[in-house]
Ligand binder design. Structure first.
Ligand code: CTP
Ligand code: MG
Length: 419
């Protein structure tokens, strides 16, 4: 990333606490989870966000250079967008230290606990997009599942609190720059989170759906849970392969990799002949042992005549997620003389990646004039897919993933706090 980038978003990662409850011999942010520090994991998530952001790491004064080397190690190419500053006595003082170095171009400020080390980048992205859309603060929260009782000083139960009114809040908490700066300016006491401070200053704050992976590593049991989540990954990975071949048919339009290609000869076959989409479908189904395109969709079922590849892919993603899988990534290669793919590669990758909710890379090659692809009779696509079973993401759940991205990221149903 070049130094000319002027980030619109800043993420303050507070990592200056001592971690008393964790009881390790190092401050919590410097404790390792499956070989990577808590701080390193948190910063990694920040640099996985969709847009380039300014990252402000707030670290204990005596560990500033350690924090710098961890941060630069994770985000070497983005050094010019990283600031590491010393924290204060309280979390609130640490956030204030971070706010002091927010760059002039920043319009949206997120505050995040480094201790929530496994928070997915997507949660940061959805907080940013909701702050931008609503124009006020947004915090992630999850329903409370335990029954909550109010006690008296003697330890006797007084009443059961209505759980439907409660939400367990997380970070990153996002705010328009002006709201959080004015609220910190006005704050005269300690608050337990940034939303409380901003609401106290008179601003609205809404709730978006949080993520179980955004839990805070507070106690040794939380550390074990985090270790377990990070360590189980490779055990339950599944890889699959799929290929598909279609002959050119001058009388049809070309649909390939989910895109329409005006002026190009189409592909013959069941549905729209989108060999790239069909190869990916088979790779996903074989990776997860859920069948193949023929057994799931029926190779001659008239309901799929002319159906676009996108429909197969969306449906396959739904089947996978319903069976407790997540797509890790997909790689697909198109073999053929035409269409000339390179110019639309990024477009295809963005479209397919959006449909599958996972990175998709597409390459294209020719066969030096050899074989049916070399003679220009048709195309072949070969895809591989990596999938994970629910065991890799036991805390995440698949409900959110099964929703269309528009519903997942949007805040229909967002509730306002502080009204
Ligand atoms: N934090 C901070 N500066 C402080 C206190 C806390 O930057 N003076 C940060 C922590 O590093 C952590 C986040 O705020 O990432 C949430 O705080 P918490 O989980 O309470 O962490 P600690 O204060 O380090 O832990 P403990 O309360 O057990 O000592
Ligand atoms: Mg603390």
């Amino acid at each position: 990333m070049s130094s000319s980038v002027e980030p619109r978003v800043a993420v303050i990662v507070v990592a200056a606490g001592s971690g008393t409850r964790l009881g390790a011999d190092l401050p919590k942010a410097f404790v390792e989870i499956a070989g990577t520090t808590v701080l390193g994991r948190a910063v990694h998530a920040v640099f996985g966000m969709a847009e380039p952001v300014q990252a402000v790491v707030v670290a204990p004064a005596e560990l500033l250079s350690a924090a710098e080397s961890i941060t630069h190690g994770v985000a070497a190419e983005a050094r010019d967008r990283v600031d590491v500053v010393a924290g204060g006595e309280t979390r609130q003082a640490s956030v204030a230290a971070g706010l002091a170095v927010i760059r002039p171009s920043v319009e949206v400020v997120l505050v995040h606990d480094a201790a929530r080390a496994l928070t997915p980048s997507a949660l940061f992205d959805s907080v940013v997009s909701e702050v931008s859309r609503l124009g006020h603060g947004v915090i992630p929260g999850l329903p409370v599942s335990d029954t909550i009782k109010r006690m008296d000083a003697a330890g006797d139960i007084r009443e059961t609190v209505d759980r439907s009114e409660l939400t367990a809040v997380q970070t990153p908490q996002g705010f328009p720059r002006a709201h959080i700066l004015a609220a910190y300016e006005a704050a005269r006491k300690e608050f337990t989170d940034d939303a409380a401070l901003v609401v106290d200053a008179g601003y609205h704050v809404s709730l978006v759906e949080g993520d179980p992976l955004a839990f805070k590593i507070t106690t040794p049991a939380d550390r074990l849970r985090a270790e377990d989540l990070c360590a189980t990954g490779p055990v339950a990975s599944r890889i699959g392969i799929g290929t598909d071949t279609h002959a050119f048919d001058d009388d049809t339009e070309l649909w390939l990799a989910g895109l329409y290609w005006p002026g190009e000869a189409g592909l013959a076959g069941h549905s729209d002949g989108d060999a790239v989409a069909h190869a990916i479908t088979d790779a996903l189904l074989t990776a997860t042992g859920l069948g193949d395109i023929g057994s799931v969709f029926g190779t001659s079922d008239p309901q799929f005549d002319g159906t676009h590849g996108e429909v197969f892919l969306r449906h396959t993603r739904g089947i996978l997620e319903g069976a407790g899988f997540r797509i890790g990534n997909v790689s697909v290669q198109l073999i053929g003389n035409r269409p000339r793919f390179a110019a639309r590669r990024a477009e295809a990758e963005a479209l397919l990646g959006g449909i599958l909710g996972a990175p998709v890379s597409v390459s294209a090659t020719t066969t030096d004039g050899l074989g049916f692809t070399g003679r220009g009779e048709g195309v072949t696509a070969i895809a591989t897919a990596l999938c994970f079973s629910a065991r890799d993401f036991p805390a995440r759940g698949f409900r959110a993933g099964a929703l269309p991205a528009s519903e997942r990221n949007g805040a229909p149903g967002a509730r306002r706090l502080g009204e």
